[in-house]
Design a protein around this ligand. Structure first.
Ligand code: TTP
Ligand code: MG
Ligand code: MG
Length: 450
């Protein structure tokens, strides 16, 4: 019977979870029209869940007289809209809009000042409910997270799609707010799907339909394409993702540098980023506090090189790579500067981490005396797609091969067997100036800031 229950053509009802016959429009059991069917329904396991009009939903829950009224949360110190309920949105109210404009659009709206403590509490409840579904929950902000439900079918006695529908129900009953679910095979499309039919949405984007679906969408759907970059693309006559699908990678990289690679892969629905629950593994990094402060590039470069090698070794050990290189500096007056740069492709190579870090570091050499230097990579993904032979810079490919050879030697003869020109004879090698001071730098997840 199980096979029949889980037949994707049959699907299930989102209100009572009853399996359905194919072709019916309403649930035979409860009459609900909210039926889910999809050819890949029981194959997909990567989800993105985002609560609907989160702050406003919490306020409506706590004051039922607001249920059918337009509600705007905001008007704090900055005088902007934090969020608006879906009734207020019909009138054009949006997050980040100046409050006076929002009230012009919707004069009858009830305005409520944000109560962050309360929203953080509810956010934690929602997160705990997610963590009961799978250990692989990656919170993205106060009201959303990625979940990987691979391998949880036996635990729940049902496939991920049903687990997610049951979660939405429980959220409504137990917490009193609603959420939208996106189910797909990669993070990019799971997030796109959760946004697709808000509120109370449940959208699925399967592997087979991904490129066809994306072809019709505007380029702004791509993670990292904001208004400014969209206008660069527009100037080149590119408005739809389908146009990017017709371009080859070399051409995209020639035109748009590191963004070109992202455009190439995401436009084709290729996204290798994994769901990572571990807060510390959101970035891999190393840092050193000096015995004495340094302001000269010459003094900092060998340390940067040694730390880059350490980061690279950690990435290689964990089969990870990262798309963003992050430089951290602490000045003698304890001010922290972090600077980051996104790469076209994820890297695990010391050389790319170092050269990117060095570009960032050069700009910070302004006479400031630094007591700490750190380097790391964030935006982690599986190392499978890391450091493809660079189509533009063949030299960097040669350096990658050289680094592979150095790794092999070090594996055989130990870490000190090979030193690069930057670290040789300097005696730093990224060792802490004082024992125990080299540490993983703090990695703060947006979630923790609330
Ligand atoms: P979002 O999930 O972006 O928005 P939302 O939950 O209000 O609405 P949606 O149904 O579209 O998901 O953000 C979550 C909360 O974060 C939101 O309720 C309020 C807060 N927020 C701000 O304070 N300022 C902002 O500009 C945005 C976008 C959100
Ligand atoms: Mg939301
Ligand atoms: Mg959100």
């Amino acid at each position: 019977m199980r096979a029949a229950v889980n037949h994707p053509d049959h699907g299930f009802c989102r209100d009572c979870l009853t399996p359905q016959q194919s072709g019916v429009r309403r649930c035979a059991h409860c009459g609900s029209p909210r039926l889910v069917r999809h050819p890949e329904l029981y194959k997909l396991h990567l989800a993105h869940i985002d609560c609907d009009a989160f702050y406003a939903a919490v306020e409506k829950r706590d004051n039922p007289s607001l249920k059918d009224k337009p509600v705007i949360i905001g008007g704090g110190k900055r005088g902007v809209v934090s969020t608006a309920c879906y009734i207020a949105r019909i009138n054009g109210v949006r997050s980040a809009m100046p409050m006076f404009k929002a009230l012009e659009a919707c004069p009858e709206a009830v305005v409520i000042k944000p109560n962050m403590e309360k929203y953080a509490r509810v956010g934690r409840e929602v997160r705990a409910m997610m963590q009961a579904l799978t250990p692989l929950v990656e919170p993205i902000s106060i009201d959303e997270a990625f979940l990987d439900l691979a391998g949880t079918e036996r635990l729940h006695g049902m496939p991920p799609a049903l687990v997610l529908a049951r979660f939405s129900q429980a959220l409504e009953k137990e917490v009193g707010i609603t959420a939208s679910v996106g189910l797909s095979y990669c993070k990019f499309l799971a997030k796109v799907a959760s946004d697709f039919r808000k509120p109370r949405g449940f959208s699925i984007i399967g592997e087979a339909e991904a490129t066809g679906f994306l072809a019709e969408q505007p380029v702004t759907l791509i993670w990292g394409v904001g208004r400014a970059f969209a206008s660069v693309l527009e100037r080149d006559g590119i408005r739809l993702i389908g146009q990017l699908q017709k371009m080859d990678q070399a051409e995209l990289m020639r035109r748009y540098g590191s963004m070109g690679s992202r455009l190439y892969h995401l436009s084709r629905g290729q996204d290798e980023r994994v769901v990572s629950a571990d807060r510390d593994s959101k970035s891999v990094s190393a840092e050193t506090t000096f015995d004495m402060d340094h302001s000269q590039l010459d003094d900092l470069v060998p340390v940067l090189r040694a730390l880059s090698e350490k980061v690279s070794a950690r990435l290689k050990k964990a089969s990870l790579a990262g798309r963003t290189v992050v430089l951290k500096l602490k000045s003698s007056d304890f001010r922290i500067r972090t600077r980051n740069r996104q790469l076209g492709d994820p890297t695990r190579l010391a050389d790319r981490i170092f050269t990117t870090g060095l570009e960032l570091l050069r700009k910070e050499i302004d006479g400031t005396r630094y007591r700490l230097l750190g380097i790391g990579v964030a935006d982690l993904c599986d190392s499978g797609k890391a450091d493809p032979p660079d189509l533009v810079d063949t030299l960097s490919h040669k350096r990658a091969l050289a680094e592979g050879a150095m790794d092999a030697l070090r594996d055989k003869f130990g870490r000190s067997a090979v030193e690069t020109g930057y670290t040789f004879g300097k005696g730093h090698r990224g060792k802490p100036a004082r024992p125990g001071e080299e540490d993983e730098p703090e990695v703060r997840h947006p979630w923790e800031r609330i």
